[in-house]
Design a protein around this ligand. Structure first.
Ligand code: SAM
Length: 241
């Protein structure tokens, strides 16, 4: 199976090769067809393509496990009390290593405010591409909790004429199966062992998703096998709500 980008599309507008290749190994012809389709689409169309795949019955937790395993990590109960689940190293990682990509959907408005608007119905509070069935859409509150504010800078991001000009800082909601989206921040008094690293490569206009490999988790000090990977939500990426 070939996973080359569509004609005239830049290389980053693909599902990460390791992910598609691993997913393609899952059983079922329908899944395989769906995964091929996802791999061939530019990143802007992922939400719709992902919905198709999920509709075939792929469990997003299985995809998450595959995504994590492909980067020698796993998602498990956090070592931090009350923090839910977290991201763990499945092998030793050296200082400076790029661990795995953070990819997800860009949301151009204030998730925080939306989550607490009392007069909106539950349906209104769901955020998704129109093509996603509502059962697969996360609520604003869920997205708010898991979103990361990414400073794009004009040179990174030309939001396009139909989007708000203030796309300098956008909320990015990781896809359900993006393992990097499960990294916690260290407890007070503890030091992080990783950071977000944004590649200084311009992103094309109208990008609705942060492409894979644009934003990576990078090791900042030696991480031992089975240690939790913790990242400060920091000055650049300062707002896990
Ligand atoms: C990106 S999510 C990380 C995955 C999350 N632990 C989960 O199970 O969904 C960020 C959320 O994790 C929790 N969290 C992260 N770091 C934490 C910490 N040091 N202490 C307590 N909760 C934390 C907070 O609920 C935060 O909104």
């Amino acid at each position: 199976m070939s996973w080359e980008p569509l004609e005239e599309r830049p290389a980053y507008t693909r599902v990460p090769r390791y992910l598609t290749a691993a997913l393609a190994g899952l059983p079922g012809m329908a899944q395989a067809r769906g995964l091929c389709d996802l791999a061939r689409r530019p990143v802007d169309f992922w939400p719709a393509a992902a919905a198709d795949i999920l509709a075939y019955g792929v469990d997003h937790r299985a995809l998450l496990a595959v995504d994590a395993a492909a980067s020698d990590t796993h998602v498990n109960r956090s070592s931090i009390a009350g923090a839910g689940r977290g991201l763990f190293a499945a092998r030793d990682f050296l200082d400076g290593e790029l661990i795995l990509p953070f990819y997800g959907q860009v949301v151009y408005h204030d998730l925080d405010a939306a989550a607490y608007e009392a007069d909106r119905t539950e349906d209104d509070k769901r955020y998704c591409d129109n093509s996603l069935p509502s059962s697969l859409c996360a609520t604003a509150q869920y997205w708010g909790k898991r979103s990361l504010q990414v400073r794009t800078g004009a040179r990174f991001w030309d939001a396009g004429p139909e989007l708000p000009a203030a796309a300098d800082l956008v909320s990015v909601v990781p896809l359900l199966f993006c393992a990097a989206g499960w990294a916690n921040s260290p407890q007070t008094g503890h030091l992080p062992n990783a950071e977000f690293h944004q590649r200084a490569e311009p992103v094309e206009s109208h990008a609705e998703l942060v492409p894979s490999n644009n934003l990576m988790l990078r090791v900042t000090r030696f991480i031992k096998e089975n240690e939790e990977i913790e990242v400060c939500y920091g000055e650049e990426y300062d707002h896990w709500v």
